[in-house]
Design a protein around this ligand. Structure first.
Ligand code: BGP
Length: 469
């Protein structure tokens, strides 16, 4: 019988999370190739360009210039007592075209320096291998993940970075929010559709290739980095039935399953039995090669990383769509929303963590949670983002309650500890940071950094291991 835990464990990891493409900028520097995010003018939710257009503004090209300013930025993270920092390796810095024979040494060197700096400042690097950063050449030349060849290219990339960073990086994630293949396959997997094709067929076939790639990467990881941990990452903001009408409840469960299926494959190691029904209803027939299912069974993830921002509700037969914050349906009349319509629900986090731990029984890591808001600078030049403090306080309380409920949670990396480009919309105005960056939606501003009120508050939270609230 396990004892009741009333506090955050001593080795709990606290920090922040960003993604290379939303922060680094320097989009063609030191031999980097174009990646899928290079063509996001208005974020992943809107159309992206496969051909980069001259004279068009793409916010990811400069982002917040983390590429050149990471030392200054990590010094600020250290001031906030972070012991973990999550970012991604942009695949196209290492293999500019994705199918190159040899890696780009300048790209490898950049991440060597970056990880050294994190470690020097007391932060464990938590590294995502693919965060909406598939090399654009792979999209154009091979059709991205719809093509099985991508497995080899990805594996080559993984082996390269595992070998190079095995002594520096102990925590890895494979694909960011892989279940967004369902609703945003352009960003999540570089998938663009041809006219008249069965889109669901393409999505599930490409996802299968990613599952095989995930397992093969884990197989190599076990050999190269035997003492490190590798997880999968899903967008798991939750959805409730809009009413207790049985049809609302049932259809909500079916919707949730379409996301959890991705976790089921990568954690339990097999396609759950309900998959056959989903594929039959959608007219999908996934081509597998002999050995695929065995591989998926043998090489599963050590932990589950999740993003959780909000909840939504679903009404039977009503439209439902996805964006970066998770699935979205009918607004919930009981909870408030941000200006972007994201409904704030701390208890939903406790609900979700319990749901996932009941299902998977492996450690969970909240690798994204945060509040995107409009921040105003007052006459004294200060930013009083009390709303952000409230958001985190309430979510961290929920986290603590989940720990008391018996859920095994490794850590919490707040999304966007410094303002970065929004993945969903490409805006800078949707700010998450404890650190303000002087840059606007049109790309104007000095890029200077400034602490918001939440900066000191979060530093104190981390110093107290979350036990001061
Ligand atoms: C997640 C993504 C992030 C991120 C975050 C917030 O889906 O993994 O890349 O940006 O959502 O979304 P947004 O930037 O659209 O506010």
């Amino acid at each position: 019988m396990k004892k009741l835990k009333t506090e955050f464990p001593k080795n709990f990891m606290w920090g922040g999370a960003i993604a290379a493409n939303q922060a680094e900028g320097a989009y063609l520097e030191d031999g980097k190739g174009l990646d899928i995010s290079s063509g996001f003018a208005n974020g992943i939710k809107h159309e992206h360009d496969i051909e980069i257009q001259k004279d068009k503004y793409y916010p990811t090209h400069d982002a917040i210039d983390f590429y050149h300013r990471y030392k200054e930025d990590l010094a600020l993270m250290e001031e906030m007592n972070f012991n973990v920092f999550r970012t991604s390796i942009n695949w196209s810095r290492i293999f500019p075209n994705g199918d190159d024979e040899t890696p780009n040494e300048a790209g490898l060197k950049y991440y060597d320096d970056l990880f050294d700096e994190m470690i020097k400042r007391g932060m464990e690097p938590l590294i995502t291998l693919s965060h909406y950063e598939t090399p654009l050449n792979l999209v154009k030349k091979y059709g991205s993940w719809r093509n099985r060849k991508l497995i080899d290219f990805f594996l080559n990339y993984c082996e390269t970075v595992f070998n190079r960073y095995k002594d520096k990086v102990k925590y890895w994630l494979t694909f960011n929010e892989i279940n967004n293949m369902r609703r945003m396959p352009g960003g999540a997997g570089g998938i663009f559709f041809e006219e008249g094709e069965n889109q669901q067929q393409v999505i599930y076939q490409a996802s299968h290739h990613m599952f095989v790639a995930n397992s093969l990467a884990i197989k190599r990881f076990r050999e190269i980095c035997p003492n490190s941990k590798i997880g999968c990452m899903l967008s798991l903001s939750n959805v409730y039935p809009h009413t207790c009408k049985p049809e609302d409840v049932f259809e909500t469960m079916e919707l949730r399953r379409r996301s959890l299926m991705f976790g089921d494959v990568m954690i339990r190691g097999y396609y759950p039995s309900y998959t056959a029904r989903i594929w039959a209803d959608e007219g999908v027939e996934v081509q597998m090669e002999p050995g695929d299912e065995e591989l998926i069974r043998c090489y599963t993830c050590d932990f589950l990383g999740i993003s959780y921002y909000r909840t939504s509700t679903h009404e039977y037969g009503q439209p439902f769509y996805g964006d970066t914050g998770g699935d979205q349906g009918t607004p919930n009349p009981y909870i408030e929303a941000t200006p972007w319509g994201w409904q704030i629900d701390p208890l939903g986090l406790r609900f979700t963590l319990n749901e996932l731990y009941d299902r998977y029984q492996i450690p969970l890591f909240v690798v994204e949670n945060g509040l995107g808001q409009v921040d105003e600078i007052d006459d004294q030049g200060e930013i009083h983002d009390d709303y952000r403090i409230d958001y985190i306080k309430n979510h961290v309380k929920a986290l603590k309650e989940a720990i008391k409920d018996g859920v095994d949670i490794m850590g919490y990396t707040y999304w966007g500890p410094i303002d970065i480009v929004s993945a969903g919309t490409g805006e800078m105005a949707k700010r998450y940071g404890f650190i303000y960056v002087d840059r606007d939606n049109e790309g104007k501003g000095t890029m200077d950094r400034k602490k918001k009120a939440s900066f000191e508050w979060y530093a104190d939270l981390v110093k107290n291991n979350g036990n001061n609230i």
